[in-house]
Design a protein around this ligand. Structure first.
Ligand SMILES: [Zn+2]
Length: 288
């Protein structure tokens, strides 16, 4: 059923839960995520990457996700993730998205605020806006470990921590309804054990009443994620681990399914199962 993303998240927090959000590049994954949410009896968020939404096929995917969300037996919201382009934001909303992450986190502070305000002016009062303060290292759509890049994603993330002293001013001036934070979380693969800065998160949580959002949850241990809702983190974004699971499954199953009469339908069944199991485990971690 259709829901406002902020209402979904606020209701979850009141139960001591957070809502998982999963990047869907395709409809098979979205079906699996919604199926898992219906089994669990909890709401869920479908994320669409800006590179997806920037194409005509991507806008058709958003329209399809809208139909899937509306027909679900649990609350499902569709959000455009990490957008910087106002036209892509407007197109995604027109196609059926409920919410946008207007992401000016890579911009100077005042420009970040200006982007969120422009998004509000373009999209209108009814669209739920998430904003991001502090820089997240890594790539949202492709995960590279330190071996591949020679870089140090975790080290970069520490340099971009959200400055809690800016939080009150940022929330008041942007009018954002959710706030994505950088507290040692990164997009993609972590180098070693993630070191979440709970002290910084605590400091942010006391400075604003709007729900906080944790991106880059893949790789953060379950024992850490269960603490999120107590810190007013009401939305947790997953992407990399879901992709890893699906791609490993497809790699394992490909040869047998080619031999079995080019059985694409069977292969898609394994894709669904892998994504569904991942979504089920994330829902189990975050919901009470
Ligand atoms: Zn993200």
């Amino acid at each position: 059923m259709r829901t406002r993303l902020d209402h979904l998240v606020t209701a979850a927090l009141q139960q001591g839960s957070a809502v998982p959000a999963f990047t869907c590049y395709d409809f098979t994954t979205a079906l699996a995520v919604v199926g898992a949410a219906e089994d669990a009896g909890h709401g869920v968020i479908l994320l669409v990457a800006p590179k997806t939404a920037g194409t005509s096929n991507g806008l058709r995917l958003i329209a399809a996700l809208r139909g899937l969300a509306d027909a679900a037996s649990v609350p499902v919201a569709v959000q455009l993730d990490h957008a910087t382009d106002l036209k892509v934001m407007a197109d995604a909303i027109a196609a059926g998205a409920d919410s946008v992450l207007a992401d000016g986190s890579s911009l100077p502070y005042e420009d970040n605020i200006a982007l969120v305000r422009e998004a509000r002016a373009v999209l209108g009062a009814g669209v739920v806006l998430e904003a991001e303060l502090g820089g997240l290292a890594g790539d949202e759509d492709r995960a590279f470990g330190s071996e591949e890049t020679g870089g140090d994603p975790a080290g970069v993330a520490v340099a971009g921590l959200t400055d809690s002293a800016q939080v009150e001013d940022f929330v008041a001036r942007t009018g954002a309804q959710l706030l994505a934070v950088a507290v040692g979380n990164v997009h993609g693969k972590y180098k070693g054990e993630p070191q979440l800065r709970w002290d910084v998160l605590q400091d942010i949580a006391v400075r604003t009443h709007i729900p906080l959002v944790l991106h880059g949850a893949s790789g953060i241990p379950a024992g850490e994620l269960v603490k999120a809702a107590a810190m007013n983190v009401g939305k947790v974004n997953f992407n990399t681990e879901l992709r890893t699971g699906v791609l490993s499954t497809l790699q394992e199953q490909l040869t047998a399914h080619r031999a079995d009469g080019e059985n694409l339908q069977g292969l898609l069944g394994h894709w669904n199962t892998s994504a569904r199991e991942f979504a089920t485990s994330a829902l189990g971690m975050l919901t009470r």
